[in-house]
Every structure is written in C-alpha cells, then in structure tokens.
Write a protein that binds this ligand. Structure first.
Ligand code: PEP
Ligand code: MG
Length: 328
C-alpha cells in the first residue's frame, strides 16, 4: 500500500492537453491528515467536522473543536482545507442530542439534519463558527455548508459567521486573512436557484452521494437499491451538466466531493463534463492522478456532449469501451 501511494505521490495530475486537475482528499479526523503527504493530494476538499461530534460522548466544547481544526490546518501546511460545518441529525444521530435528532424521523436523509438543524440550534452553530475562525487566525478559512436547499439558508449562516468575526475583531483576536464561503450542492432544488446564490460564493462542491439519492429517490444506504441505479446515468450527468454550465457565468471554483469522483469511469466522465476539482477518498488519490495523466479533456468533453445529447443504451459500457480503445 505504502509503495503504491509513493509511486504516484509526486506525480502532478495534468491531462495530456495540459489541464491541471485538482485532486484533493476527503477527511474527518486528525488521524487522516498524514494521508495528505502520503498520497500527494492537493489539499482536503471536504473535512467532515461531524466526525468529532460522532465519536464524542458529549457535545465537543469550543476549545476542543478549535484545537482539532488548528491541528488539521497545521498538518496541511500550504495546502487548502475546506471545512464543512456539522452534518448531523438524520441518520447521523447523536446520543447527546438524541431527543432532538432522532424524533422518529421516518425519512432521515430528508429529515432535520445538517444546516437545517444548525440554523435552529444557533448556539451550536455559533460555537463552531467561532472555533473555525479562531483556528484559522492568520490564514484563509474555507468553510462550506451542507444540505443548503434555498439561497436564504446560506445568507443566514453567513450572517452567523460574520457576527462571530466582528465579535472576535472586537476582542483583538488574530483573524483569518480571508473567509471563503462555499456550499454543498446536494439538494436538487438548489440547482434551480444558482443564479441567486453563486454571486455570493467563492466555491461550490457537488455532493453526489446525497444528490443522486435525491435525484433517483433511492436511499443511498439501502443495499437493495445499490444496483437499481448507476452513477454513470445520463440523467445524473445531464443534471450535472446544467450545474457546470450555469457555474461558468460566475467566478466560482466548482468541484465534486462525492464518492463517485474516486472511481475511474465516473472521474473520467466528470472531467469530460468540465469538472476540474475532485475531492475523493485518500486511497483513490493515486489511481485518479494516474487516470488524469492519460486523459485529453477536449476529446472526452466532445464525447460526453454527444452521449448526453443522444444517450447510449448503456452509458457505463459505452464509456468503458471508449476508455479501453484509448488505453485509459
Ligand atoms: C455527499 O453527499 O456527496 C457528500 C460528500 O457528503 P456526505 O457523504 O458526508 O453526505
Ligand atoms: Mg451529503
């Protein structure tokens, strides 16, 4: 394993036609950070802050949160880290919030979770905002919000961060040099409102795990449905294509942080769609860098446009054949 990582660690993911693809990794614990240098990932594109909450016996105090975030930033050095505020509730229910987060939610993925919960439990959100701002003193804070369904939710959570920032400024604390705000694009309704949201953002990350379960109305955790739909389906890619095209009108940095980005054919298709930043499981960083070096973005871009205009009967087989013919 170590040798495999080392082989690709120093390889820059540049396509045959010279496009630099950002290959970042997903993480959630302090112990994940050594994978950054082992894999040579470009940074942490999704740090799931709820992991600390899930492994704690009680709500982690601000100081503990702050220390974790600071340690992660220090371990990352010059590489960027995107912190996602807590995505708890729903299926990730917490024993110490049990009465609130598992109120017989019959549809937990669509339930009272993530930003929905955080906006109503403002104390929890304020503590996390302060911990993040303090941890990033002297550097850039990249923060993104899960399960944003409507633009006003972003306005509301940004306001909480800005209020904490003003407060800490008054306390003469060392502040971040900048705060870059972003959202997870994982609720389909948000895709219809991007013209109202994107002017306010620095970046957006497509969460294809949740997005696809909502698009197909297929529970991502139900093994009976695992074979029912394919990430490589024209419906998903047409949906993503519209998001990519709309995003081109704004100076935002668009990426994908769902698990599909770590799979070969899916990553190939996403790059063909115009995605230039992937955040994936650390074990996939090496293989995806290797893949990137074999791709010509013009060629796969053109092929994807054709397949999405006239979807083949089986997109996976078509893409597989296309890749094989080119030794990809
Ligand atoms: C996603 O939904 O694609 C995502 C990356 O977030 P999570 O898997 O943590 O829900
Ligand atoms: Mg998600």
């Amino acid at each position: 394993r170590q040798a495999e990582y080392a082989k690709m660690r120093d390889v820059e993911p540049i396509t045959r036609d010279g496009q630099r693809i950002q290959v970042m990794m997903n993480a959630g614990l302090r112990d994940d950070t050594p994978m950054l240098s082992l894999t040579g990932a470009d940074g942490i594109g999704l740090f799931r802050t709820e992991f600390q909450f899930l492994v704690s016996a009680a709500l982690p105090a601000r100081d503990r949160q702050m220390r974790l975030y600071r340690d992660v930033l220090e371990a990352a050095g010059d590489k960027p880290v995107i912190f996602r505020t807590v995505d708890i509730g729903g299926d990730k229910s917490l024993p110490y919030l049990r009465n609130e987060t598992s109120r017989e939610d019959e549809n937990p993925a669509m339930g009272w979770r993530a930003l929905r919960l955080a906006l109503e439990r403002e104390a929890l959100l304020k503590v996390q905002a302060r911990a993040l701002i303090e941890a990033a003193g002297g550097r850039t804070l990249n923060v993104m919000f899960p399960m944003v369904s409507e633009p006003w939710e972003f306005d509301a959570v940004r306001q909480v961060f800005e209020t904490q920032l003003t407060f800490l400024k008054g306390q003469k604390r060392k502040l971040p040099e900048a705060i870059r705000y972003g959202v997870m694009m994982e609720v389909p309704a948000l895709a219809e409102m991007l013209d109202h949201l994107l002017p306010k953002l620095s970046f957006m990350s497509i969460g294809t795990n949740d997005l696809t379960q909502f698009l197909f109305a297929a529970d991502r955790s139900n093994p009976k449905l695992a074979e029912r739909y394919d990430w490589l389906s024209p419906a998903i890619f047409r949906f993503l294509q519209r998001i990519v095209e709309t995003s081109r009108d704004y100076p935002i940095d668009l990426g994908v942080c769902g698990e599909m980005g770590g799979r070969r054919l899916e990553a190939l298709a996403l790059i063909g769609l115009g995605i230039r930043r992937l955040s994936i499981t650390p074990a996939a960083v090496g293989p995806i860098k290797e893949l990137v070096c074999k791709i010509d973005t013009q060629e796969i871009g053109e092929a994807m446009r054709g397949w999405l205009a006239y979807p083949p009967a089986n997109m996976r087989e078509t893409l597989q054949r296309w890749a094989e013919e080119r030794n990809i």
